[in-house]
Design a protein around this ligand. Sequence first.
Ligand SMILES: Cc1cc2nc3c(=O)[nH]c(=O)nc-3n(C[C@H](O)[C@H](O)[C@H](O)COP(=O)(O)O)c2cc1C
Length: 312
Amino acid sequence: MSEQTIPIQTRIQLGPLILKNPVTVASGTFGYGAEFMPFFNIGILGGIVVKGIHPDPRSGHPQPRLVETASGMLNCIGLQNVGVDAFIRDKLPLFDKLDTACIVNINGNSIDEYVSVAEKLTATQQVDALEINVSCPNVSQGGIVFGIDPVMTEKVTRAVRERTHLPLIVKLSPNVTDITAPARAAMNGGADVLSLINTLVGMAIDPIRRRPILSNITGGLSGPAIKPIALRCVWQVHRAVPLPIIGMGGISTGLDAIEFMLAGAAAISVGTANFVDPCAAQRILDEMVDYCRENAVTDIRTLTGALEIDHL
Ligand SMILES: Cc1cc2nc3c(=O)[nH]c(=O)nc-3n(C[C@H](O)[C@H](O)[C@H](O)COP(=O)(O)O)c2cc1C
């Protein structure tokens, strides 16, 4: 059998969630899916994580809210979204026609808000998994971001867990000293899967105008600039917590994705690369399969955590 025809097993398992391949797209970088249909058959993906959904529609922060940086991008979109009711009515039906997992990223400014979005999505019976974005401010705690505090991370995870039977992913923020602390908290709260990393807080300044460039002054840094940090986080969490990981942060090529799997990810997400090339996720999947063929990997799952370290 020639190298080209060796069948590669690409199916992976994230706790209760099975994906036909490890390539997903990251929340907020792929709209609600339909926006990318003119570019490629999005049904080939293992899963699509849609833009974060709140209980009510939100218009987000005013412009400017995107700025390019060295090897990255800063955004302060401000979680613009159509709200859970319009999402269910207008966006979710698309997924009936697609052979890919629909993963909905959920947001809230209180535990009750997360729970209400989770309950409504669970009732549709059309969603494959929920991803809790703990990078939202908790209004009742003076705006402290849920994911910065392991106690709040555990509480919001448990509250959602009690109201849904869907596979539950908790998306971790890297804006902490020790990412294994919120990872453990999410596990204790009942998470099935961890996804990491979300963006890093950054800032851009226009020196001529002596003003911040983004309307919100600070924003989330993403793209290749954050890849080494994201790899370190995935590796640390994989060693500390026995939950499957969806790794992301600056993945632009199939080899980037393979690095995340070696560090411990069972699946990966393509984020900012979708802005550079709308077909990036498709290409990355092809490049991962090519890597497997070239390196005699017949089952992609065997790459997870297969990093070899001689001196540990
Ligand atoms: C424009 C933009 C919007 C985003 N919106 C969300 C969101 O709604 N919820 C969320 O959990 N993460 C959101 N993220 C974070 C990404 O899903 C991802 O975690 C991060 O960008 C790192 O991956 P990347 O470097 O490949 O983009 C957003 C990122 C960008 C660039």
